[in-house]
Design a protein around this ligand. Structure first.
Ligand code: ATP
Ligand code: MG
Length: 165
């Protein structure tokens, strides 16, 4: 968190009691998203980042039948939704040079796509400025706190996020 700098930071928190609710929140969010946009998904192993992306994909046109798989080993997966969605995992990237070498940078800056990034805090400087930060924290076996952070000088998500409850 400390590496990030916001001029006008806003924060919004939601509680999720189950993976189904996390997917539902993400699915609802999808209808408000327009490319280009980055969603930076912070959270420990097993927090629910990929679960969130699963819900998101299902909320886009052509996404209902898509099965989202973790990009941890493939590093990145792209889905033919409308808008297209790139799902990137930075967990196994060992240095920033690799982002360019592996073609990840071109996915991050694809102007026509929604880009979801797991483990974004490993390379926060690599992300575009138009990023919605989403932090998922485990509170109990199935309970999660989903915190959204965004630069309100770029866009104000508050009214949209309130509709996800
Ligand atoms: N409220 C909840 N929200 C999201 N996932 C939940 C919740 N409760 C339980 N889970 C479970 O937690 C697990 C989350 O796994 P997921 O692969 O989404 O995590 P991840 O954050 O992507 O982990 P990794 O860093 O290993 O990629 C799933 O098994 C999911 O069913
Ligand atoms: Mg994951």
């Amino acid at each position: 968190m400390s590496e990030r700098y916001y001029t006008d930071m806003n924060s919004f928190k939601l509680a999720s009691p189950s993976s189904t609710i996390t997917k539902r929140i993400a699915r609802k969010l999808a209808q408000f998203l327009q490319a280009p946009l980055t969603l930076a998904l912070d959270g420990d192993l097993g927090a629910g980042k990929t679960t969130f992306v699963t819900g998101l994909v299902s909320g886009f046109k052509n996404g209902e039948k898509i099965r989202v798989q973790s990009p941890t080993f493939a590093l990145a997966r792209s889905y033919p939704t409308q808008p297209p969605l790139h799902h990137i995992d930075l967990y196994r990237i060992s240095d920033a040079v690799m982002l360019d070498d592996l073609g990840i940078e071109s996915l991050l800056f694809d102007p026509s796509a929604i880009v979801c990034v797991e483990w974004p805090s490993l390379y926060p400087g690599a992300l575009p400025p138009k990023t919605l930060w989403i932090s998922i924290q485990s509170k109990a076996k199935n309970k999660r706190e989903i915190e959204f952070n965004f630069d309100a000088s770029l866009f104000d998500w508050t009214s949209i996020l309130k509709k996800l409850i």
